[in-house]
Write a protein that binds this ligand. Sequence first.
Ligand code: APR
Ligand code: ZN
Ligand code: ZN
Length: 358
Amino acid sequence: MRVGYADAVDAFLVDDLPELPPGPHDVVVEIGASGICHSDHSVLAGEMPFGLPLVLGHELAGTVVETGPEVTRVRVGDRVIGATKPSCGRCWWCVRSYPYLCSECLPLWDTPRYSLDGGRSAALFCGLGSFAERNTLHELSVVPVRTDLPFEQLAILGCAVNTGAGAVFNTARVRPGDEIGVIGLGGVGMAIVQAAAVAGAARIVAVDPVPAKRSLALELGATDTLDSAPGPELVETVREMTGGRGVDISFEAVGRIDTITTAYRMARRAGTVVTVGAPDSGSKLDLGGWEAVSSAKKLTGSLAGDALGDRDLPMLVRLAETGRIDLERMVTGRIGLSADAILKAFDDHDGIRTVITP
Ligand code: APR
Ligand code: ZN
Ligand code: ZN
């Protein structure tokens, strides 16, 4: 069975590995589609603190084809979406409404699964490892969904849409009439734009250097787009658009320090700044100490949309089915499961999401 994994920093291969029999709480999923997210590339580039080798891919949609003897969440034949942040429902974090910080599920991210040469083993990125024909996952990592939407659309719900929409609905709780700014219009940013429109934002200022992404954002709900490089000029323009104040809520969906700083300055006083993108784990934020206090702004991270998969993924499916969010236009490329094609997709800066289909 073909599986794509990062063997070391900057070394990615798709190899034949033996299929793993399910443990008591495991399910085997035949992967219908896998999205390619910026974070997969960040792991391969050594910018995220995860041990290698690691099977990449975490936007998973597919069909359950086998279950371990103690599995209760799903049955053979169920269509599922992968939950990047599974939760047990019982730990200290889960019972305090932080399911995305579940401590019981943390080991799912680094459980060794595949044996490789030299006695090494590979875990599954986010417990999913969707760059594969099939994979064997813990049952908590999948959410069953009843829908006829195509797998390629369900796949991107798993990270891009869940992360972006969750930042809007769960982290920032955008309200009708809010004025918001979004920096970065990739899969995550485009989901922020669409979710903010669903939530009733009155102004959605969308920022990206790529003209085609700005045009699509306008079609998907943005009210204004800007191309300026990050920095004071962009902040000034956004302030002028918002009565000299700045936006109520700004979202950073690039994963860079300069754009986080810009998002911070783009928010009005007492506004909220949501960092969604994942910058290099070694990088540092440089904000003025007095500015942090006197601006009365709230700076908050949003981790994979601060989501609860069992609640949010079916909800997002319904929003897609009723046409409130457009997933079709977010899938801009389709490739097979090959190392060359995946590496090329990492380098595609014009599309929104490339999806691997069998
Ligand atoms: N200002 C604004 N936008 C920028 C800038 C910049 N200086 N530099 C790049 N961008 C845009 C790109 O043109 C692209 O549209 O940011 C977008 C990033 O999109 P993707 O690479 O598709 O990334 P995505 O998968 O959406 O993830 C965004 O969220 O989950 C995290 O790790 C992920 O940090 C990444 C972020
Ligand atoms: Zn992702
Ligand atoms: Zn838990």
